[in-house]
Design a binder for this molecule. Structure first.
Ligand SMILES: NC(=O)c1ccc[n+]([C@@H]2O[C@H](COP(=O)([O-])OP(=O)(O)OC[C@H]3O[C@@H](n4cnc5c(N)ncnc54)[C@H](OP(=O)(O)O)[C@@H]3O)[C@@H](O)[C@H]2O)c1
Length: 261
């Protein structure tokens, strides 16, 4: 028996990198999965990638989660095709890369990051609760993807770090308000994850990043999917409002080994 047999899951940003591995995990464990990228093109590419991995049992529909009408349309599709939703994985993220430092960055770009990562995640969660979880006896589970950068900032990513800190706080606030209603809200906070971006990384830089990790390697998408699946499953039935870090030990060290004094 698969862990998520009969369950319906929505993975936002489930079309590439970590999101693709999240979608794969839930499909392989028996769920019917809905996934979205932000555009028709990126979502179709994701669907093709999943098919190339030998998967079906998923529905792909483009949805820019910063756009209320597109989120409503995605919920309509879930209603029509599955009539329920059990698990929401808020994975989609605007990485806010290339915005420059805080003195020169355009505040509109800052707002774009928050609009997707914080307001978008909230909007999808609110609709999932109102349209599905609150109408179902078995309610539902929400898992957010945050980042260890919520606690330990990285350079020139002010908006991204801010958004991930806000997600951590939002997870605790949502968990508190939704616990009496039977809805759990938890979060996985990854550190380095191997994505397509690593393929263009200077090997010396990749090696240096690995040296930053006490475990000496970044996460694979499947490592993150394992944590998310745990938080989405009954194995974590007594957990809500938790931020579970998965970062190869980065957060527990003061300095990487080569600069330690
Ligand atoms: N990679 C890391 O090292 C790392 C570290 C810590 C935390 N995380 C977190 O882990 C999660 C996955 O990371 P990742 O690196 O795999 O992400 P990624 O490669 O940057 O992919 C982001 C995903 O979010 C989607 N997305 C962006 N804006 C969207 C919008 N407005 N509406 C709908 N979808 C949108 C993208 O869709 P498109 O394809 O359409 O752009 C894409 O599928 C994210 O929450 C990230 O912040 C990642």
């Amino acid at each position: 028996m698969h862990r998520f047999e009969g369950k319906v899951v929505l993975v936002t940003g489930g079309n590439r990198n970590t999101g693709l591995d999240l979608t794969e995990k839930f499909v392989r464990e028996g769920a019917k999965v809905f996934m979205c990228g932000s555009s028709e093109e990126s979502t179709a590419r994701g669907a093709a990638a999943l098919k190339a991995r030998g998967l079906d049992g998923f529905t792909a529909q483009a949805c820019d989660i910063s756009d209320a009408s597109q989120v409503a349309a995605l919920m309509d599709t879930i209603e029509r095709e599955a009539r329920r939703l059990d698990i929401l994985v808020n994975n989609a993220a605007n990485q806010g890369i290339g915005h420059g430092g805080p003195l020169e960055m355009d505040p509109e770009l800052f707002w774009d990051v928050l609009k997707t990562n914080v307001v978008g995640g909230f909007r999808v969660t609110q609709l999932a609760c109102n349209r599905f979880f609150m109408k179902q006896e078995s309610r539902g589970v929400v898992v957010f993807l945050s980042s260890n950068t919520a606690m330990r900032a990285i350079r020139h990513r002010t908006a991204y770090c801010t958004s991930k800190g806000a997600i951590n706080s939002m997870v605790r606030a949502l968990a508190l308000d939704l616990a009496p209603l039977g809805i759990r809200v938890n979060c996985c906070a990854p550190g380095y994850i191997y994505t397509e971006r690593w393929e263009t990384l200077d090997p010396a830089k990749a090696a240096r990043r690995r040296l930053n990790c006490p475990l000496r390697h970044e996460a694979k998408g499947s490592d993150i999917a394992n944590v998310v699946a745990f938080l989405a499953s009954d194995d974590s039935a007594n957990m809500t409002g938790e931020i579970v870090t998965c970062d190869a030990g980065c957060s527990c060290q003061h300095m990487p080994e080569d600069v330690d004094v």
